[in-house]
Each structure stands twice: as structure tokens, then as C-alpha cells.
Ligand binder design. Structure first.
Ligand code: WTA
Length: 661
């Protein structure tokens, strides 16, 4: 290195804009700056570029049907099958021996599936599911960790036209039960267990416990991940062993079911303002086209690449950018079971070296942890295969961005900071790596064809440099279509704020993602975070109301208020302010019971960082808990905002004292 390290750090610290290298641009999938204008002028037909990435059984003739906003339809008279698009067509194109999935277990065991292998197993498992009774439009719940059988089950469902509903394996039994109940899901695919930091976790026990609270009859398929290290559960009457089912169907093939573009591909539950998770509905045509298009244009995926998104498939990032986007493009997607620090803190870099990964996509929370661990871990590995880096899930501060750019990308890989949500299906705001100047901390401009704006509470656009609310004015193919069986909540949650609800003119409908944002002169957007009661813990989206209701379920708790406080690695951490019933004491044991209550109700990811017992919560005269104040207290701020509207201002100092900083 010509420059000394300190010199280099100093230069990087000051640099505000970065350009992709000529080498990157020369090979990038999208390099023509005119694409923004082209999409604008040719809207909505510009989206045929996304539709054209798929193979249709019957071609669509209408790109967008916006006659009944906000119930938009994309490519609606086209038909297709997602499993065919992610598997069969690549084989027909001579790619049967290309690796589709490279899986690595936490202990270092590996499995490789070519597209032909994937074809075989997806067909056999689809045949097994059909024999179990799964029909088109039945919702199949997949409660599985990062094992290859998860994407296989997703694609098997897609082949049958049965929407899947994946429940993150880290969620609790209760969370599983609520989701199965809500979706009337009669089928579950789960797993005996998986490895976490060397321990063989018992997953089936949680699944079984969840099933006990499901009112209707269910059939369950269990994947054997642990073998002899398993926990010795025997399968009950309505439970089947995955391997046996697949073996019985050996050689069987299932014709991909022809689905309408607007038919549901999957359901994904996510957190919102109320205690009840929202069942976000995504479609076969629009979603898949959008996932493929953004994977092509933003992640710059080519089929020859080895691509790795280090998210969990249990979240939308994994759906769109481990499974559907990459496989639709026919590339090699890497899946890793474990954590980044097991057995050592260089585990991810070890895998990048081992598999010569070209493109790597992760969350800022992981990058903050890597920074903390130090650059010696990536430095001990050869990361020169990397061409592009990406982040998703939460704001990335410029320091972390630059660390990632320098220590992982060797100042040679563009970094795309991609803003999007479960509801948007795919990326919405980010630079295009072959075109745009990157500015650390700012996600970038809206993608071509995406009409995102920053507005004030009246819906007027704010001036450059001012903060406001992020809104999206025009529909896009990957958008959610509704909340499962709840059109009314769909309108209330996403459209009511800024739309004219009586209008049937699409121009009067505005999507509100519930994020705050700021816009620069050059239309770059900096995301400021959620403006509703959703918090973002290690890139995981959690509803404070869900956590509160889990806490209130603990014996002895009278009331609870949960907020997110700043955390240097997790981004936000859960702070729980709790009022106990008379006769109960704010002891360590009580605190522990509350933590367990949250783990049982939601999962360990929602575990409170601190439980603060208080005789009262700060409330306004109208009786509303002043959460802003509780956030400031959690952040250890000395100067608190306006407390004059409180009816019990004296409680503030008392609570402040109890928060450990
Ligand atoms: C946040 C994850 C800043 C945002 C794909 C959004 C981000 C929520 C970014 C959605 C980013 C996601 N910069 N914030 N690049 N990406 N977010 O549904 O608050 O799990 O509303 O989808 O994550 O979380 P979700």
C-alpha cells in the first residue's frame, strides 16, 4: 500500500462521494444513465423490462391495471410458474450442471445442489406435498432454519401454486401458532434442529409446542438436520419424515401449475403498529419480476457469479435475494447456516475466500460488529474475488460504510445501500452500481420507475436538506397487493395518511412506508428510520406493541411501554418500562421472567436490553404514554424535550435514574 494506514483513514474520513471503478462499470449489467429518463417517459410500460426477465406460459398484454387503486394489478393477464422460472428454464437453457445452491453448515459440512439436483428434489417434494393433500392456494407454513430444504420447500410450494408462509426459525412457538392460525394454514414443514455456536438446538420441540395452540388439524413434515445429534423426538401420527417422503417419490415429476400473474406466491408476516402481525401478500408475476430485475440491475448478478446474501430466508431479504431473485437469474446462491463469529470471527471471510464469492450483501448491524472485532479478521483472508457489496435493513452510518468499502471491498467494490421493506418486495432506493456516485450514509436516488418523495405532514414536498416523511406515488410491480384477507387494514396502514381515499384516480393514491427521510439537492435520499412504533433491532423489524403484549402477559405485570434505544452494534435495543401490580417486586427474578415472557411470545431477538421498573409511566393529560421521552431516557440524553404536557412530570427524573448507561 502506497499510503500509510493513518493517512488513508484520514482521506477516507473526509471523502463524501465515491465513484465505481472503470473495471466495474465496464462489466456492469446497467450502465446507461438514460435509464432514469427512459423509465419516466415510458411509464408504466418500462416495467416490461422486469417482466421480460421471466418466461411466461401465456404472455401478458397489459403491464399495469390501475383502474381500482390501491389494488393494482401487474402483468395481470399473463400466466407463469415461479418454480419453473427459478429452475426448469435454466436446465432447458443448458445450465443443468451449474450450481444453484451452495450450502455450508455451521460445523463446516457442505451440500451442493446443481440446477438438476434442485429440479429433482423440488419435484419430489412437491409430489410428496400433493400426496399429503396440498392443493393450489393452500397456505403451507415453513418454520425452518437455514437448511437447503427451506428453499426447496418454497419452490415445491410455488410449483403447486400453494403460497408459502415462512416463519423465521428464531421466532417462538407462540409466534408460529399465531401465524398458522391467521393464515388457516393446515400444513407445516419444519426441522428437528440446527446449529448455533456449536450447540444443536431443538427446533422441533418449539414447533410441536406451537402446533398445540393451533385449533385446526395439521399435517407436518420434519426435516432431519441433526441426525444422531438430534433430540430424540419421535414423530406423531400426523408427522412425516422429509427424507422418507422424498424417497417414496423418487423420480416423480410435477408439472408446474400455471398461475395467474396476480395469484399469490407467498405470504410473509411482518410487524406493524398494532400487536397483530400483518400478512403481506406477494404475487407470482409482479413480485418475481421485480426481485429478478433488482437482483440484475442493483446486485449486478450474472449467472456465472457466486453470490452471497448473508441474511436469513425467514425475512423478506432472504426471500427476494437468497431465493427468488438469484435463482430466477440462474446464478449460484450461497446459504450459510450459522453465525458470523463461529468458530471464529473470520467465518464469513473464510467462506468468501473458500467459494470465491463475487457479490456480498449483508446488514449494517453485521458491519458494525465486524468493525468492533477489528480488521485483522478480514485481512487474514483473500477477499479479492469480490466485485460488489451491498447493505440492507437499516441506515448505515458513513463510518461503517467506509469501513466496509475499505476493509472488505479493498476500495474497489461499489457499495449499494438499499432501502426497501417487506411490503415493497424488493429494493426501491439505492444507487445503481454501474452508474451512480455513492455517498456514504445516503441510500441514493429512487430506482428508475420509482416515484419516491419526501413530504411534510400535509403531503407537500419538503425543500432539499429538510427532513420529512418518505412516500411513494406510483405503484411498482413488487408491491404488496393487500394484507391477507384484510383489505381494510391494508388501506389504513399504508394509504390512509396521504391518499384521497374516495378517488379512483391512481394519481390520488400515495403509499406511506412509515419511514422518515431527508432529501439532498441532487435527489439523494437519506433514510432516518421508522416513524411508527416499529423498531429495528439488528436489522430485525419488531413491533413495540407485540413486545408490550408479551410483557403484559407475564404474571404480576400491570402495564408496559417498550421503546428502541440506540445501540452501537444492534442499531436499536429494546428498553422495557414496566409497572407491576401491587404485591409484586421489581426484582432480578421478575426481570428474568419478563425477558422469558418476551422470548416465549416472540423470540430471543426481541429480548429486552433493560427492564426498568417504575411506579408510573410518563403520560400526557389525555393519557397517552410519551414514548419520545422514554426513548430519550433510554438514549441517556441529559436534556429531555418538552415535558410540560405531562400530567406526572415528577416521574421523569425517577425513571432517568434507573436506566443504566
Ligand atoms: C428499514 C427489510 C435505512 C426501514 C428489507 C424500513 C432501512 C424497514 C434500509 C423495513 C436502508 C431497510 N436504510 N433503513 N438501506 N433498508 N430499512 O420489512 O425502516 O424487515 O421501513 O425489510 O427497515 O424492514 P423489513
Amino acid at each position: 500500500m502506497a499510503e500509510g494506514d493513518a493517512e488513508l483513514e484520514a482521506r477516507l474520513a473526509e471523502q463524501e462521494a465515491f465513484e465505481p471503478s472503470d473495471d466495474f462499470v465496464a462489466q456492469a449489467n446497467v450502465t446507461d444513465e438514460g435509464i432514469y429518463e427512459e423509465f419516466e417517459e415510458n411509464w408504466p410500460e418500462c416495467w416490461d423490462r422486469a417482466g421480460d426477465l421471466l418466461d411466461w406460459d401465456s404472455e401478458y398484454t397489459q403491464t399495469l391495471d390501475d383502474s381500482n387503486p390501491p389494488f393494482y394489478k401487474w402483468f395481470s393477464d399473463g400466466t407463469l410458474n415461479a418454480s419453473y422460472n427459478c429452475i426448469d428454464r435454466h436446465i432447458e437453457n443448458g445450465e443443468k450442471n451449474r450450481v444453484a445452491i451452495k450450502w455450508e453448515g455451521e460445523l463446516g459440512d457442505t451440500r451442493t445442489y446443481t440446477y438438476q439436483d434442485l429440479y429433482r428434489e423440488v419435484n419430489e417434494f412437491a409430489a410428496a406435498l400433493r400426496d399429503l393433500g396440498v392443493e393450489e392456494d393452500d397456505v403451507v407454513t415453513l418454520y425452518m432454519p437455514m437448511v437447503p430444504e427451506l428453499p426447496i420447500a418454497m419452490l415445491a410450494c410455488a410449483r403447486l401454486g400453494a403460497p408459502h408462509s415462512v416463519v423465521f426459525a428464531g421466532f417462538s412457538a407462540e409466534a408460529l401458532a399465531t401465524r398458522m392460525q391467521s393464515a388457516d394454514s393446515e400444513y407445516l414443514v419444519t426441522c428437528d434442529g440446527y446449529y448455533r455456536r456449536g450447540d444443536a438446538l431443538d427446533h422441533l420441540e418449539k414447533a410441536n409446542e406451537g402446533l398445540e395452540s393451533v385449533d385446526h388439524d395439521t399435517e407436518t413434515v420434519v426435516v432431519d438436520r441433526l441426525g444422531d445429534a438430534g433430540h430424540g423426538h419421535s414423530l406423531t401420527e400426523n408427522q412425516y419424515d422429509y427424507d422418507e417422503l422424498v424417497a417414496e417419490q423418487s423420480g416423480n415429476r410435477i408439472e408446474p401449475v400455471e398461475r395467474g400473474a396476480e395469484d399469490m406466491l407467498f405470504l410473509m408476516y411482518t410487524s406493524g403498529t398494532t400487536g397483530q402481525p400483518k400478512g403481506v401478500k406477494h404475487t407470482t408475476g409482479g413480485y418475481l419480476a421485480y426481485a429478478a430485475w433488482t437482483a440484475h440491475s442493483v446486485l449486478d448478478i450474472e449467472k456465472e457469479d457466486t453470490y452471497w446474501c448473508a441474511a436469513d430466508i425467514g425475512w423478506i431479504t432472504g426471500h427476494s435475494y437468497i431465493v427468488y431473485g438469484p435463482l430466477a437469474l440462474g446464478t449460484t446462491t450461497v446459504m450459510y447456516e450459522g453465525t458470523p463469529d463461529y468458530p471464529e470471527r473470520d467465518r464469513l471471510w473464510e467462506l468468501i475466500e473458500k467459494y470465491s464469492v463475487d457479490i456480498f450483501y449483508t446488514a449494517p448491524t453485521a458491519i458494525r460488529a465486524f468493525m468492533k472485532w477489528g480488521s485483522k479478521f478480514p485481512e487474514s483472508r483473500d477477499l479479492s474475488s469480490l466485485r460488489l457489496l451491498g447493505t440492507v435493513g437499516e441506515p448505515i452510518n458513513p463510518r461503517a460504510w467506509k469501513w466496509y468499502y475499505k476493509h472488505i471491498g479493498d476500495e474497489d467494490c461499489p457499495v449499494v445501500d438499499t432501502w426497501w421493506q417487506t411490503e415493497t418486495g424488493g429494493m426501491m432506493i439505492t444507487t445503481l452500481p454501474g452508474i451512480g456516485t455513492m455517498k456514504p450514509g445516503s441510500a441514493g436516488p429512487p430506482l428508475p420507475g420509482i416515484d419516491a418523495n419526501i413530504v411534510d405532514t400535509n403531503g407537500e414536498k419538503v425543500e432539499a436538506g429538510r427532513a420529512g416523511y418518505l412516500t411513494v406515488n406510483k405503484p411498482w410491480p413488487g408491491m404488496l397487493r393487500t394484507l391477507y384477507k384484510n383489505d381494510e387494514r391494508f388501506i389504513n396502514e399504508y394509504w390512509a395518511e396521504y391518499s384521497d381515499l374516495d378517488s379512483d384516480d391512481a394519481d390520488d393514491w400515495v403509499y406511506f412506508p412509515e419511514d422518515g427521510a431527508k432529501i439532498d439537492d441532487d435527489d439523494y435520499i437519506t433514510i432516518l428510520g421508522r416513524v411508527d412504533d416499529v423498531i429495528n433491532v439488528s436489522g430485525h423489524r419488531l413491533g413495540t406493541m407485540e413486545i408490550e403484549s408479551a410483557i403484559v402477559g407475564v404474571e404480576g405485570v400491570a402495564e408496559a411501554a417498550v421503546v428502541g434505544g440506540n445501540h452501537d452494534v444492534k442499531g436499536e435495543a429494546v428498553y422495557a418500562y414496566v409497572i407491576l401490580e401491587d404485591g409484586y417486586e421489581g426484582s432480578d427474578e421478575m426481570s428474568q421472567r419478563i425477558v422469558e415472557g418476551v422470548e416465549d411470545g416472540i423470540g430471543p431477538i426481541a429480548r429486552p436490553e433493560q427492564v426498568i421498573f417504575t411506579p408510573e409511566l410518563p403520560k400526557t393529560r389525555s393519557g397517552k404514554i410519551m414514548r419520545r421521552l422514554l426513548e430519550e431516557i433510554a438514549n441517556g440524553e441529559e436534556e429531555l424535550g418538552d415535558t410540560t404536557t405531562l400530567r406526572n412530570p415528577e416521574i421523569v427524573a425517577d425513571i432517568q435514574q434507573k436506566v443504566q448507561k
